[in-house]
Design a protein around this ligand. Structure first.
Ligand code: WTA
Length: 652
């Protein structure tokens, strides 16, 4: 039994502060505080050392870091392959027969699957040959639209092996969302499945995949048989995964990629209606995926690491696929819902496999908390030794509950702040060093530097809040651009404070003199809905495509469990009659165009939106209304009466 994480003091701000136990310190890969100062003395040398120690390179790099604002490169001219580093080097060791992936299906009467490193290696090589057979060449983009089944990792690593950047699209996104992404990525091949299980039901994925492939450059669709549902296969275009795999040659040499070559593109929401394709490189990303997995989660060979995020999001990419596999660790993935067949499914899985590291989102913790402790008490959770949190700020109640009930008071909580753009965690406490402070993520990862600026770009004092930025040298896993859109890259990240500071769009507070940072949430129109990143503009786009909508504005409203939810204010076209049915139809419209994660919590039908005299919608007012705050000055409005009407409608 591990001794409890020591409660050390109540600090002057009246908050709890936890420090690692002696046992944690002894076990941890890093437990010496000086790592921060040493790395800061020469961050480039620090990262170069990490890249050398953690990964196998086919050829060394010529220069570790080049910064030509707003672009930077790492490990320039180095040759590397991410799949080789995730597989080939492990199968030469005792890890050959170690579990790489443990997969738990949702239906309780179906068998788990365990893929050893060697199994995974074989399948990845074969699928790499399948892709080649379909004409995929180095540099071509491959779409992956798969549920949480091992084929998702197999497909990603097969792409990495042949140097074809993958673009994974979350399986709960709609066919239309998939199509927009496939069009932008100009992919020729899409990998999908017939369906998957969710809350006991077989969900059809193939129909969505067909919508997604329509009117795009996709020539081949590879379909994994998961549910066995009867799906239509388009002659010449669609192929069954198992049939192609049966004929595929065994061996496939890993492509020696340039370190700066893209490993993948992942679309994420920005402040406009169009998602942006975030580009991640090969060498830098692999370096941070490796080291953050190892140090943040204190990942050891005997661990079972369960990151509950879907692979369609960056968290799944880095901590359910690349990070653990680069480390030769065991990654557990689960296909279905946390509450199927009962709300203790997650704890049943923890018990079944003896999960040691558990990484989830605050929204999930708040949901589980509602369901009650008794569900956790039914299971043996004593294997867990470390907890992680990601995706949104974690409130103190959820933190304490997680600490006490999931961690049994033994386990540190590593609250990791990061973004799709950063590729890997950047701000968090390290398990062997601490401190672990509820609601405070922690310090910048060694070798990285953040600052907090006020509106005018001046650093704020300790105890004050402002906007979080990152300074050069930028972490090696940071984005290398926005796919086909360098202007958006500049405008989004480098225009607010110039070329010297990467703008995160997050609010933050300097917590103390040791560099601890508390994150306070997005400062732009990006919502975090149950931890899922979504832009208000995307939801607006979906709504205005409906024939009865004249105009609309979507804002994020606070929600006890999901953190935030979209609320849509809609003005109908002339002749349209407001009704509950129409509201329901509009909600369905969003589900159809984007997917269920973007579903508005509420549609407020109104005659007018509050506007300035120049005709701009005053979102500030709508935000205040949904938050139950006072609306403030409305004298500059063209139509102040609209506000009174809206107040009544939202019940203010
Ligand atoms: C938010 C998810 C507070 C933040 C990895 C960021 C967090 C956005 C935390 C990125 C955290 C993520 N504490 N806020 N520990 N982690 N965020 O791209 O607002 O889906 O900008 O990446 O999530 O969301 P994304």
């Amino acid at each position: 039994m591990q001794e409890k994480v020591q409660w050390v003091r109540e600090d002057p701000k009246n908050r709890l502060v936890f420090w690692p136990t002696e046992e944690m310190k002894k076990k941890a890969w890093v437990s010496d505080e000086s790592i921060y100062t040493k790395a800061a003395e020469d961050p480039v040398a620090f990262w170069a050392q990490r890249a050398k120690e953690g990964l196998e390179w086919f050829e060394p790099w010529k220069e570790a870091y080049i910064w030509k604002p707003p672009f930077y490169k790492w490990f320039v001219d180095g040759k590397i392959n991410a799949a080789y580093n995730s597989l080939d080097r492990h199968i030469k060791t005792w890890r050959k027969n170690k579990a790489a992936i443990i997969w738990e299906p949702e239906p309780v009467n179906q068998q788990k699957r365990v893929l050893t490193y060697f199994d995974l290696y074989r399948k990845v090589c074969k699928f790499a040959n399948v892709l080649k057979g379909l004409g995929v060449e180095r540099g071509d983009r491959v779409g992956i639209y798969l549920p949480m089944i091992p084929e998702v990792q197999i497909a990603m690593l097969a792409c990495a092996r042949i140097g074809a950047p993958h673009s994974v699209v979350f399986s709960a996104f709609s066919g239309e969302s998939l199509r927009n992404r496939m069009k932008d990525a100009e992919a020729n091949v899409l990998v999908t499945a017939d369906g998957y299980y969710r809350r006991g039901k077989g969900i059809d994925l193939k129909t969505n995949a067909d919508i997604g492939a329509e009117n795009t450059s996709i020539e081949h669709v590879v379909v994994v048989k998961r549910t066995g549902a009867d799906v239509s296969m388009s002659e010449g275009r669609d192929h069954w995964w198992h049939k192609l795999m049966a004929k595929a040659p065994l061996h496939c040499d890993p492509e020696p990629m340039d370190s700066e070559d893209p490993l993948f593109i992942l679309y994420t929401s920005g402040t406009t209606g169009k998602p942006k394709g975030i580009i991640h490189d090969t060498g830098g990303y692999s370096t941070v995926a490796y080291w953050t997995s190892k140090w943040d989660f204190d990942l050891h060979d005997e661990d079972i690491f369960w990151c509950t995020a879907d692979i369609g999001w960056i968290t799944g990419h880095t901590y359910a696929c690349y990070g653990p596999l680069l480390n030769g660790a065991t990654s557990l993935i689960y296909e279905g819902a946390p509450n199927y067949p009962e709300v203790d499914r997650w704890w049943q899985i923890v018990e079944k496999y003896g999960v040691t590291i558990f990484y989830t989102a605050p929204t999930a913790i708040r949901m589980i908390l509602r369901w009650g402790e008794e569900w956790l008490k039914k299971h043996d959770l004593s294997s867990i030794r470390l907890l992680g949190s990601v995706g949104e700020p974690i409130n103190q109640d959820a933190w304490m509950w997680y600490f006490k009930n999931v961690g049994g008071g033994r386990c540190p909580i590593i609250d990791t702040w990061w973004q799709t753009e950063t590729g890997a965690t950047l701000i968090n406490a390290l398990p062997g060093i601490g401190p672990f402070i509820p609601t405070v993520a922690g310090r910048s990862f060694p070798g990285t530097k953040h600052d907090i600026y006020d509106e005018t770009g001046n650093p704020v004092e300790i105890g004050e809040g402002g906007y979080l930025v990152q300074k050069s040298p930028f972490a090696p896993g940071m984005l290398r651009g926005v796919y086909k859109d360098p202007d958006r890259y500049r405008a989004q990240y480098w225009s607010v404070y110039g070329d010297e500071a990467y703008y995160t769009s997050d609010g933050a507070i300097w917590w103390d003199e040791s560099g601890n940072i508390r994150l306070t949430g997005r400062v732009d129109d990006v919502m975090k809905v149950a931890g899922h990143r979504m832009s208000t503009a995307e939801v607006e786009n979906a709504l205005t495509q409906h024939s009865s909508v004249a105009e609309c504005a979507v804002v994020a409203a606070p929600h006890d469990i999901k953190g935030e939810v979209p609320v849509a204010f809609v003005v109908l076209r002339q002749g349209q009659t407001p009704s509950k049915d129409l509201e329901a139809e509009l909600i369905q419209q969003v589900v159809k165009v984007i997917g269920p994660t973007a579903k508005p919590e509420r549609i407020v039908l109104t005659d007018a939106l509050p506007k300035t005299r120049s005709g701009k919608i005053m979102r500030r007012i709508l935000k205040a209304l949904v938050k139950g705050e006072t609306v403030g000055d409305v004298t500059t409005l063209m139509n102040p009466e609209a506000v009174e009407d809206l107040k009544e409608k939202v019940g203010q």
